[in-house]
Design a protein around this ligand. Structure first.
Ligand code: IMP
Length: 430
């Protein structure tokens, strides 16, 4: 079957960008299916590090075509900036290489202002959103009052619709949040210009990909965020407003289930989270600082989009098993194994304790994780640096045991392990 799907199994930031970059070598299309510029995918090629928020990371390969599906919310200003950044780095970005679904919804300054106002009002109960307007854009989509990319094909009418949208937002900003209104005229003009610049890129992603697969071409669906941030299956309400899980790929690209071959779940060798919400295996103090890194390397644990230090902890296999279930994973990729080198002992959360009971499965999904105390399995660490290792059999015995334990705990085969940020710092298994 010609469609493979890459999903995150944690709270995002699993290293999907580099996995997509690797797999892109063997596909014709790379298609983003959810989220917006809240995502940040880092790909390192030689001395260049690309930080992408919207454009599918596969586009860095000269032979692939990037698609942005209907499930994505697009901020045109950010998209245009990213296209320019890629061009400056020598990547060809043209309508022949990038297609945006006519049914993708747009993020406007109105949505961003509402995101800020809403988070401000939540106070202590804030979600810790990326403040990119994601929630309000999806809210308008569901309320059937959003602006879609296809509207940009008629720039003048689109400008008018934008003006009306900002005036509606201003009403809410003024009356509900006592916040400053936005300049609807200026924003409408700005978006009319974006429409002129982007209209050549608008297409029917579902039709394009289906025709391509009928011709025998391959498609890679690239998810943003991760399973535990899924609107339905994540740690609600501390989630994003889209579906980063496998069904979100089909819905967000307009594709049938019959095309799917592999569902590749990406997990870090440990656990991280940005923003608020429960995290049973979270670490603090020196242990946390050791896993997080200092922030001087692009792959240290600091948010690509917001720069916030990520919360870090031991790998949680209860949540990983849950992610395997709700995504139907066929295989796993474990990233950042190198970060664990040098730790004397490693832990994996294998169950929770609550009310004197031991739980191996989540009774009602991950929303109420706060009350659970992790039960750990302890494994010996290894001292050897593994960043130059390229063959499974050359990994230290304890590192292999750690990976096999992960595989065993979630009953999904691990097909690849990454040991550094470069394209070639991977070990393929079997
Ligand atoms: P939003 O998607 O900006 O509404 O943020 C909702 C939650 O998802 C917050 O906890 C964010 O930190 C988190 N989030 C959104 N996008 C990402 C991502 O790409 N990686 C990690 N966390 C994310």
């Amino acid at each position: 079957m010609p469609l493979d799907i890459v999903v995150g199994t944690q709270w995002g930031d699993e290293g999907k960008g580099r996995v997509v970059d690797l797999l892109s070598a063997g596909v014709d299309f790379v298609a983003r299916f959810n989220g917006g510029d809240n995502a940040g995918h880092t790909v390192t090629v030689g001395d260049k590090t690309f930080k992408l928020h919207l454009v599918p990371s596969g586009i860095i390969h000269p032979h692939t075509i990037g698609a942005i599906g209907n499930g994505v919310v697009v901020n045109p200003a950010i998209l245009l900036q990213e296209m320019e950044m890629l061009r400056a780095a020598g990547v060809t970005v043209s309508p022949a290489r990038l297609v945006i679904s006519h049914a993708a919804h747009l993020i406007t300054p109105g949505h961003i202002a509402l995101d800020k106002a809403l988070e401000g009002q939540r106070g202590q109960g804030k979600i810790g959103t990326t403040l990119r307007g994601i929630g309000p854009a999806y809210t308008e989509k569901v309320a059937r009052s959003g602006l879609r990319a296809g509207g940009m094909l008629q720039p003048e009418r689109f400008g008018q619709a934008m003006r009306q949208h900002i005036e509606r937002v201003n009403h809410t900003l003024r009356h509900l949040y006592q916040a400053e209104p936005l300049d609807s005229e200026r924003i409408a003009q700005e978006f009319t210009e974006y429409a002129h610049l982007l209209k050549g890129y608008i297409g029917d992603v579902s039709l394009l990909l289906t025709h391509a697969m009928n011709r025998g071409q391959r498609v890679l669906a690239e998810g943003a965020q991760g399973t535990l941030l899924d609107l339905d299956h994540g740690t609600y309400p501390f989630v994003t407003s889209s579906n980063p899980t496998t069904p979100g790929a089909l819905l967000g690209l307009g594709l049938g289930v019959n095309w799917v071959e592999r569902v590749i779940g990406v997990t870090k060798a440990f656990q991280t989270r940005v923003g608020e919400g429960p995290f049973p295996s979270e670490l603090n103090g020196d242990e946390a600082a050791r896993l997080r890194g200092t922030g001087d390397k692009p792959w240290d644990e600091f948010g690509v989009t917001t720069g916030r230090p990520r919360r870090v902890g031991w790998l949680d296999s209860v949540l990983l098993r849950y992610a395997a279930r709700v995504n139907g994973l066929t295989e796993l990729v474990v990233t950042k194994l190198d970060v664990l080198s040098g730790l004397a002992a490693l832990k994996i959360c294998v169950a929770y304790r609550a009310d004197g009971q031991e739980l191996r499965e989540l009774p009602f999904g991950p929303a109420e994780l706060g009350q659970f105390e992790p039960i750990y399995l302890e494994l010996p660490g290894w001292s050897q640096d593994v960043m130059d290792v390229r063959r499974w059999e050359d990994l230290p015995e304890q590192a292999r045991a750690y990976v096999l334990q992960v595989e065993d705990l979630c009953a999904v085969p691990v097909r690849m392990v990454s040991v550094g940020p470069e394209r070639d710092q991977v070990i393929e298994i079997g």
